[in-house]
Design a protein around this ligand. Structure first.
Ligand code: FES
Ligand code: FES
Length: 163
């Protein structure tokens, strides 16, 4: 199949890539850019393990054509760390045991990042609604929600310190 040249930005870096028009964004990230944080956990858009941000909006990279992202800014879990250190949500996951096998974790982290960008003080119901498209087979969700709440607290303390 004839390849197309596309330009896009991933985690703040510009890329020009020759890709097949039917290549999925998830495969482009994992195969062409070796960004293997985003995972394929299903075949039918139901698990959220492949979640990335496209121009700041959560998208399932397993069902999105890479070519359709021409000119857009993609953020993957590899781009979440802040100033070379762990983001609050990454640190909280470690502190609270939010991950077991960790396969779902990158997708959850991207969804939480989007949630907190839209709403810095979400209620419990808003957190659960935001995460309803991400599935975890291991944790029972309890430590994960503790980690997310801890990250929200940490971000709010950080914002208070800046004021
Ligand atoms: S791998 Fe994309 S939703 Fe499951
Ligand atoms: S930690 Fe294993 S699937 Fe979520």
């Amino acid at each position: 199949m004839k390849k197309e040249l596309i330009e896009l930005r991933v985690n703040g870096r510009s890329h020009e890539l020759a890709i097949e028009p039917n290549k999925l964004l998830l495969d482009m990230l994992r195969q062409d850019l070796q960004l293997t944080g985003s995972k394929r956990g299903c075949d039918d858009s139901s698990c959220g393990a492949c979640t990335v941000l496209v121009d700041g909006i959560t998208m399932l990279s397993c069902t999105l054509l890479a070519a359709s992202c021409e000119g857009q800014e993609i953020t993957t879990v590899e781009g979440v760390s802040e100033r070379g250190g762990l983001a609050a949500i990454q640190k909280a996951y470690g502190d609270w045991g939010g991950a077991q096998c960790g396969y779902c974790t990158p997708g959850f982290i991207m969804t939480v990042k989007h949630l907190l960008a839209e709403n810095s003080d979400p209620t419990e119901d808003e957190i659960r609604a935001a995460l309803s498209g991400n599935l975890c087979r291991c944790t029972g969700y309890s430590q994960m929600y503790q980690a997310i709440k801890a990250a929200i607290d940490a971000e709010q303390r950080g914002m208070a310190a800046v004021k």
